[in-house]
Design a protein around this ligand. Structure first.
Ligand code: TMP
Length: 214
């Protein structure tokens, strides 16, 4: 397994971060070199863009501005982190990528999927993940989990997009599931209701099969 790009997607509270950490540990235990990263974020510039995007005080951000900020974040992230890591033969595990833009800005905000697609090609120069794990959960449950986690950490506040209503998050989930139907070879759907360890085992099976890793 060398120079591989794997992304994790799902609505809020679907458990992506936990599963990325578990997969990274499993791969590292096999002596493989892993880079964990996230969008929005992933670079110094990305951290600044993330702040703008998630700050609930920034109510005036328009949908198109939001779309372009995610695109700007991605362009920088690919150039500075993702491509260099792939070239060095590392396994990149990325928390959210282009599918999130289609699901949130396309299905959630109802921006044109055609414009999103064009902007994404521009931002990514066509880079696509080799594999995407979609952790699927009912948004009611996911948002409840995300809120609980915030209370436990008692430092984080709810992000600007997390605050959207349930119908927004339901559209986002439908968007993700539609993408998985369109690209069944790349996007593998796992029910995020299962116990953490069971989800991890399923992910390991998928990664082993896909990349002939033993
Ligand atoms: P996170 O909480 O999983 O780190 O994601 C931050 C938020 O950004 C989350 O509410 C989903 C949203 N998002 C988009 O709306 N479009 C995108 O392209 C990405 C990457 C994230």
């Amino acid at each position: 397994m060398k120079g591989i790009f794997i992304t994790f997607e799902g609505v809020e509270g679907s458990g992506k971060t936990t599963q990325i950490d578990l997969l990274a540990s499993a791969l590292e235990a096999e002596g493989l070199q892993v880079v964990k990263t996230q969008e929005p974020g992933g670079t110094k510039i990305g951290a600044m863009i993330r702040k703008i995007l998630l700050d609930p005080k920034n109510k005036e951000i328009g949908s198109m501005t939001e779309l372009m900020l995610y695109g700007a974040n991605r362009a920088q992230h690919i150039k500075e982190v993702i491509l260099p890591a792939i070239r060095e033969g590392r396994i990149v595990l990325c928390d959210r990528f282009s599918d999130s833009t289609i699901a949130y800005q396309g299905y959630g905000r109802a921006l044109s999927l055609e414009i999103i697609g064009k902007l994404d090609i521009f931002a990514t120069e066509g880079l696509k993940p080799s594999l995407t794990i979609l952790l699927d959960i009912n948004p009611e449950k996911g948002l409840f989990r995300a809120k609980k986690r915030m209370e436990e950490n008692n430092s984080l506040k709810e992000g600007r997009i997390e605050r959207e209503g349930l119908s927004f998050h339901k559209r986002v989930r439908e968007g993700f599931l539609r993408l998985a139907e369109e690209e069944p070879d790349r996007i593998k759907v796992i029910g995020a209701d299962l116990p953490v360890e069971d989800i991890h085992k399923k992910i390991i099976e998928i990664v082993k099969e896909r990349f002939q890793w033993h």
